[in-house]
Ligand binder design. Structure first.
Ligand SMILES: Cc1cc2nc3c(=O)[nH]c(=O)nc-3n(C[C@H](O)[C@H](O)[C@H](O)COP(=O)(O)O)c2cc1C
Ligand SMILES: [Mn+2]
Length: 542
């Protein structure tokens, strides 16, 4: 049982019941309405069973999420006229660098546009978790861990308990719908005008305005399999954009397959969606294996199928609950200079040729909000998306690397530049085995530096890591230098996308690893003395 507040539901001109559960306010509008009908008055008490809480958590739209943030005091509305040309960046950058990530921002009057701009909605641990429908994203990691390691059930209750996660998986595939709020307003052909979007010109040397939180929908032409990736979109003019899917990303592979297929100038279709349940944005950025459909994973996370609607002018399905959809086609052979762009490394990425999208339609909901972010010198909003990825993907990495205890990709090192991992070391060369495995695992191949620690080192504690690595390393013996693909954004590598990586074995060494001296124990006080001093402590006046 939990108390509820009745608040106006502005989006729908109705009333909704806002339930305050343990530790956070959540809007369960549909559920409350179904149970109570439309209610008046100031207070209501609503009885919510735990199961209903778990099953009714999906956001109806991006604005639904904004309302939740606002109700919880997590969203600041800024009514001052502020320009999307650099000024929003300067404000958002200062806010994102506040301790804990600062509040989410809604610029209600971006200068020159009549669409509000939301930014930093994912920019704290709490909001990133709420975006995924949980109080803390570690809950999802724990659930995936359980799902991936199903124990053989004992007895009927054990079997029934197993059904929970399986039912959740079964309800995950996206569902086709015939209409959606993302198509409330349709602009076709010449009516479609990208310059109406309050896309941010983020940094002074940027090549123009960019869409910074796009969900880019493509299909594999050989299998028909969908991919959704977050690849920045440069706006060239009213109806043309860049498509910045980098060399190693699935969007780029789909493009290459189209190139191979289409000897002639055979166009293929792409759609870019903005908004929707914030889970989609997370899934587009997440390094899912290409075989896993982002919309399936989104359905799993939100515990409800993603409603997909067919675009108006292209053969692409998009989530029906999005704020904006940009539809268009790509000529496989066409390239155009893209950039420069102030990137998440904290440096500008140079101008390089990328494929081009020709817009055939822009659709949006009535009274849309434009979702944005900025990237730049860390920490930024994407730090929280990255941390959620790190936590949620750890159980999946453990499937192939069960010795992996923990992993920390520090925000300051832009994630893929540096990894601190701890392992249960069992045999000579074990740390090197783990490095090589990580360099071969999906987007972890980009990791420039890997430090491997023993299981008892807390890799989340950077000062502990420095203490151990500086003491445990004999650099010549303990390092492994290798070569391979590196992130396209890396400006230090000898070539774009190709360079070297280094791993350091910071574990205790074994004789077979060339260490024939005794390994010292770290200094620890005896438990008896600790207990005695604990009892004395209050008398010492310290
Ligand atoms: C804010 C933000 C911007 C990003 N911009 C790009 C980009 O412009 N190009 C790119 O290739 N990846 C970009 N990424 C990273 C990809 O979204 C990420 O690698 C994702 O896993 C790619 O999906 P895919 O495996 O389906 O290709 C960005 C990520 C975030 C969070
Ligand atoms: Mn993908």
């Amino acid at each position: 049982m939990t108390t509820a507040r009745i608040v106006p539901d502005r989006a729908r001109g109705n009333w909704c019941v806002q339930l305050h559960l343990f530790g956070g306010g959540t809007t369960y509008r549909e559920l409350a309405r179904a149970r109570m009908g439309v209610v008046g008055g100031q207070e209501a008490v609503y009885c919510l069973r735990a199961q209903e809480y778990r099953q009714n958590m999906a956001y109806a739209s991006f604005q639904d999420f904004l309302e939740r943030l606002q109700a919880a005091g997590e969203l600041r509305e800024i009514d001052e006229r502020v320009s999307p040309h650099l000024e929003i960046t300067e404000i958002a950058d200062r806010v994102m660098k506040m301790p804990g990530g600062g509040p989410a921002l809604l610029f209600t009057r971006p200068d020159g546009f009549d669409v509000p701009v939301a930014i930093n909605v994912f920019g704290s641990r709490k909001r990133m978790s709420w975006a995924l429908g949980v109080e803390d994203y570690e809950e999802i990691a724990a659930e995936i861990e359980r799902l991936l390691r199903p124990e053989i059930p004992a007895g009927l209750t054990g079997k029934l308990r197993m059904l929970g996660p399986l039912r959740r998986l079964a309800s995950s595939p996206p569902r086709k719908v015939s209409s959606g709020i993302c198509q409330e307003v349709v602009h076709l052909g010449d009516e479609a005008d990208l310059s109406k979007l309050p896309a941010l010109h983020c940094w002074p040397e940027d090549g123009g305005p960019f869409i910074t939180l796009p969900l880019v929908f493509t299909y594999d032409p050989t299998t028909g399999k969908r991919n959704v990736g977050m690849y920045r979109i440069q706006i060239y003019d009213e109806r043309t954009t860049g498509l910045h899917w980098q060399l190693h990303k699935v969007g780029a592979e789909h493009h290459r397959l189209q190139e191979e297929r289409a000897a002639a100038e055979q166009r293929y279709h792409v759609a870019i969606a903005l908004g929707g349940d914030p889970v989609y944005t997370f899934c587009a950025a997440a390094p899912l294996p290409p075989a896993i459909d982002e919309m399936l994973f989104a359905g799993f996370l939100r515990r409800q199928p993603v409603p997909m609607v067919r675009c108006k002018t292209v053969d692409v399905d998009v989530p029906a609950d999005c704020e904006f959809v940009i539809e268009g086609y790509v000529n496989p052979s066409e390239r155009r200079p893209e950039g420069p762009f102030g990137d998440h490394t904290g440096f500008y990425t140079p101008v390089e040729p990328y494929p081009v999208l020709h817009v055939t339609a822009i659709t949006h909901r009535q009274k849309p909000v434009y979702p944005a972010t900025i990237v730049g010198r860390p920490p930024m909003e994407d730090a929280w998306i990255g941390k959620a990825v790190e936590r949620i993907f750890l159980p999946m990495i453990r499937l192939t690397l069960p010795e992996l205890v923990d992993m920390n990709l520090p925000v300051e090192a832009c994630f893929h530049n540096l990894a601190l991992v701890s392992i249960r070391k069992r045999y000579p060369g074990h740390a090197f085995k783990v490095m090589n495995a990580l360099w071969g695992l999906g987007q972890l191949m980009f990791t420039k530096m890997i430090f491997v620690f023993d299981a008892d080192v807390n890799v989340q504690n950077l000062s502990e890591c420095l203490w151990i690595l500086s003491n445990n390393l004999d650099p010549e013996r303990d390092m492994l230098v290798t070569r391979g693909p590196v992130d396209v954004l890396d400006h230090a590598s000898r070539a774009s996308g190709f360079g070297s990586k280094i791993g350091f074995d910071c574990t205790r060494k074994l004789p077979e690893e060339g260490h024939h001296r005794p390994w010292p124990e770290p200094i620890r006080m005896s438990p008896q003395v600790k207990a005695k001093v604990d009892a004395l402590w209050s008398k010492l006046g310290l």
